[in-house]
Ligand binder design. Structure first.
Ligand code: TXA
Ligand code: MG
Length: 334
């Protein structure tokens, strides 16, 4: 059931969560599927509902940076990151304390912590009175959800409630950075860009898996990087080049009856079914629409999809990271 984010419903959600239930909540990035992070039975319900592999750890959501030390061992870098980017779309990995159950950290000795800025997310965490473990609210492997309707489509009545906070502002998940290692490493690009992070972490490294497929058998620094992700039913291929090169490639493959994932304003010029995912060169606009667009492709069913390739820097790095996974790493340089 979808409930409006009224004061009364936020209080109800808090109660459900405190009592071991699972509630989908809006955040500034994407919707999260939340449960009490300190209750391993409640957290197990998240893994079951999503069909999430047990080796993929969850993010713990708090509303006050001071609470980090209840669940993890902070350091100077963590404090500096929290001061600059919290509340907001940044998740940091730190050595974990014992109160965090193994199921949350998937057996790792670190824990991911995030302090969201969305007022409804914050109100629900405070109403629950406990930290909330919350992965993105989608069936494992599918595109993340940026509206309450997307959440309902994936989970139906399999969860206790969905609180509707409207469409998520950022549209892609939080940036994940580990400060549990020296040097710190960017594990997942998000709304906070590498350039912004380097103002605080000048020696930041970027994990190879951010922009490339890991070789078979290689160990991922972040388990989420190795799992199949964001995949629509269609076979997506990214075409890296200009619009003219893209159109020529699509025209030459008309026998495949392809569809296209393109930039705003390009659909009418392509003459095939298209989904537009944001303005060319505008990472924020692309981020906001990428998951809605991947879900719209899903509605069209299977088949061949050619996608325009975004830039790989700034905010577009997050979009590129999601798209190469949606495309199972098929990228053709035109
Ligand atoms: O914006 C977001 O981060 C959303 C909202 C709901 O907060 N949450 C989210 O969670 O995207 P999820 O579970 O879909 O992605 C969490 C990512 C995964 O790739 C996971 O492997 C990684 O963070 N992660 C979690 N704990 C980790 C740890 N201890 N070490 C390394 N990576 C970790
Ligand atoms: Mg996810």
């Amino acid at each position: 059931m979808i409930y409006k984010a009224t004061e009364e419903n936020i209080a109800k959600a808090g109660k459900i969560l405190k009592n071991g239930g699972v509630v989908a909540i809006p955040t500034e990035t994407v919707y999260g599927l939340a449960a009490n992070a300190l209750d391993k039975k409640a957290v197990a319900k998240i893994f079951a509902a999503k069909g999430r592999p047990a080796d993929n750890p969850l993010i713990v959501h708090i509303t006050d940076a001071k609470d980090i030390e209840k669940y993890a061992y902070p350091n100077e870098k963590a404090a500096a990151l929290a001061k600059k980017f919290w509340p907001g779309p940044l998740t940091m990995i730190l050595p974990k304390k014992d109160c965090i159950p193994d199921i949350v950290s998937a057996g790792l000795d670190t824990v991911a912590i995030r302090c969201p800025s969305h007022p409804v997310a914050r109100a629900i965490i405070n109403a629950a009175g406990v930290p909330l473990a919350a992965p993105s609210a989608n069936i494992s492997g599918k595109p993340s959800a940026t509206t309450a309707k997307h959440v309902l489509k994936d989970f139906g009545e399999n969860i206790d409630a969905v609180i509707d906070g409207g469409t998520c502002d950022c549209g892609v998940e939080s940036t994940v950075v580990t400060v549990a290692t020296e040097p710190p490493v960017l594990l997942r690009p998000g709304f906070v860009t590498p350039e912004q992070l380097r103002e605080i972490l000048p020696d930041l490294k970027i994990a190879e898996a951010v922009t490339k497929e890991l070789p078979a058998g290689a160990k991922a620094l972040s388990p989420g990087m190795k799992h199949k992700h964001y995949a629509p039913k269609a076979d997506v291929t990214l075409l890296n080049g200009t619009f003219e090169q893209f159109k020529a490639y699509v025209d030459a493959h008309m026998d495949q009856n392809p569809s296209c994932l393109c930039f705003t304003g390009e659909a009418e010029k392509l003459g095939v079914p298209c989904v537009e995912y944001g303005r060319e060169g505008d990472g924020a606009d692309q981020a906001k629409h990428i998951f809605r667009s991947l879900r719209a492709l899903d509605e069209q069913g299977d088949g061949i999809v050619y996608a325009r390739c975004p830039q790989k820097d700034g905010l577009s790095m997050a979009v590129y990271n999601r798209l190469i996974r949606a495309a199972a790493f098929r990228v053709i340089d035109l």
